[in-house]
Design a protein around this ligand. Structure first.
Ligand code: CA
Length: 506
């Protein structure tokens, strides 16, 4: 008899406990992954490199690179020698994504539905982060670069699990946009308004902090300083990696770049260096070079074989700031639950452990790192049991040769409005941002209105990656594939109610 293939639409999941997301179980792949991990002398280091607003298609390994005027040879090489995820998902915008990565929980559970801006209150306080749990398990934890998960004391990185932080607490544009006469002439050329904004209670400096300590201001982020940040932050991470080579503890580096969030002012060494000669593209080239430098430091210090490297973006391209914006072949952009808002690059590289040369379309969410990192750190028992964890352990998917994703459903939330669910190549949509041709380009994901469909829509993401042709009337039998997943998801909020910290409006 022919062995039946695993089909994510028809296969059943298992749920290990009421507070854990159901997942596909592959006993043989699980055993192989465990054997691979147990064969190692020590637990691995983790280097997570999170770009800001970089599009799914920007890198050469995703079809961009040279084709869109910004070659990315370093990232392309890691993708060739590692695993390239084509269905890697963030949340629709920065803070929700980063907090989901940190907590393994959807925005409706950690409560950060949109980014806090210009000193707004609210952040990660009360959540349990992967950094905290890895720290408890004996890891040295370092955060570098953009934070943007709350500026309040209890939400700052040194108070939610990181031993050290060097970066800024908010988001790039907030430090410089009002200083640039091109964007804000009415402020720059007005003494009254300049004083007015300078006196507003939001941070204007990048900072340093050590575990449990107070934030120290390092330098005010003027435009010339901003252009040097990614280079400075790279050097800080390189120094951390070099220091760790002499320490008998595993480590977790959470390196978040400034680029390519608008507005981009590339480092002087990279200004005009991309074939496109555009600041956004120059910044992509600079970020690729930074990836090369970090990898080289791991190699030079003998730690490359012992380190899981992951490269991603926190959301899709920001199209409201075109042409300072990214490339994605999908519909719409950052802020939306169309694929353009949430489908992000995902390159997993671990020499000797992740099989080289694999591109896979298995569904992977940034949520999944929480249980996956606990697993590789041997700390699964530390998983909180007083709250719902939306991530699933993807260790067997990442370490297996041709292995399948452990995730069956991907749930899309537009603020507090449930938007869609994906299973296999199908995505059923109940609500979205404006259904207008313009949401593909300018005006982008943040500008649209939330619309709920009278009847749900169904998109086949293989035939229709731009989500332009609802297939529902033709494909009604597929409803069955989604009913169980939707029911399970909505019921989970009964025992584990939603939380609202920032942005409670759908
Ligand atoms: Ca972002």
């Amino acid at each position: 008899m022919r062995r039946m293939a695993h089909d994510p639409i028809t296969a059943a999941t298992v749920q290990d406990a009421p507070h854990l997301e159901p997942h596909f179980a592959f006993p043989a792949a699980e055993a192989a992954a465990t054997e691979k991990l147990n064969a190692r002398a020590a637990r691995p280091n983790v280097a997570m490199i999170v770009f800001d607003d970089v599009g799914w298609g920007d890198f050469g390994c995703y079809g961009g690179g040279v084709a869109v005027g910004a070659p990315t040879p370093n990232i392309d090489r890691l993708a060739r020698e590692g695993k390239l995820l084509t269905s890697c998902y963030s949340e629709p915008s920065c803070t929700p994504s980063r907090a989901s990565l940190m907590t393994g929980r959807l925005p409706m559970r950690h409560g950060l539905m949109r980014p806090p801006m210009y000193g707004e209150a609210g952040g990660l306080q009360g959540e349990i982060t992967i950094a905290q749990l890895l720290s408890d398990a004996g890891y040295v934890t370092q955060a570098v670069g953009k934070w943007h998960m709350g500026e309040n004391r209890e939400s700052q990185p040194q108070n939610v699990g990181f031993d050290d932080f060097y970066g800024f607490l908010s988001v790039s544009d907030m430090y410089t946009e009002w200083r640039d006469p091109y964007f804000f002439p009415e402020i720059v050329y007005s003494e009254e308004r300049t004083r007015w904004i300078e006196n507003q209670a939001f941070s204007k400096c990048f900072v340093h902090a050590e575990k449990g300590g107070e934030i120290e201001e390092v330098e005010e982020v003027t435009i010339p300083v901003l252009s040097l940040l990614d280079d400075m932050w790279c050097k800080y991470s390189q120094a951390f990696i070099e220091r760790m080579a002499g320490i008998d503890q595993p480590w977790f580096l959470y390196h978040c770049t400034r680029g390519t969030h608008f507005d981009n002012y590339p480092h002087p060494d990279f200004l005009g260096k991309s074939p496109a000669k555009h600041p956004y593209k120059d910044t992509i080239v600079e970020l690729d070079d930074i990836v090369g430098r970090l990898i080289q430091t791991l190699e030079d210090t003998g730690q490359l074989d012992d380190t899981i490297v992951f490269i991603t973006s926190d959301n899709g391209p920001e199209m409201e700031t075109w042409p300072d914006s990214a490339y994605s072949p999908f519909r719409s952009a950052k802020g939306s639950t169309w694929e353009g808002g949430q489908r992000v690059p995902g390159v997993v590289y671990w020499r000797g452990m992740v099989e080289p040369g694999q591109a896979t379309d298995g569904i992977f969410s940034l949520l999944d790192w929480f249980p996956t990192l606990l697993r590789v750190a041997g700390a699964t028992d530390a998983t909180p049991d007083d709250r719902y964890i939306d991530g699933v352990d993807q260790t067997s998917f990442l370490l297996g040769d041709g292995a399948q994703s452990n995730r069956k459903y991907l749930y899309y939330w537009l603020g507090t409005t449930f938007s869609a669910v994906r299973c296999g190549e199908y995505k059923m949509m109940l609500a979205s941002t404006s259904d207008d041709d313009r949401d593909i380009q300018n005006s982008g994901g943040f500008s649209g209105v939330t619309q709920k469909y009278t009847y749900s829509r169904l998109y086949n993401l293989y035939l229709d990656p731009k989500e332009q042709h609802s297939y529902m009337i033709r494909k009604i039998p597929y409803l069955d594939a989604f009913t169980a997943g939707l029911g399970q998801h909505f019921r989970s909020f009964g025992k584990y109610p939603a939380k609202s910290v920032v942005g409670g409006v759908g």
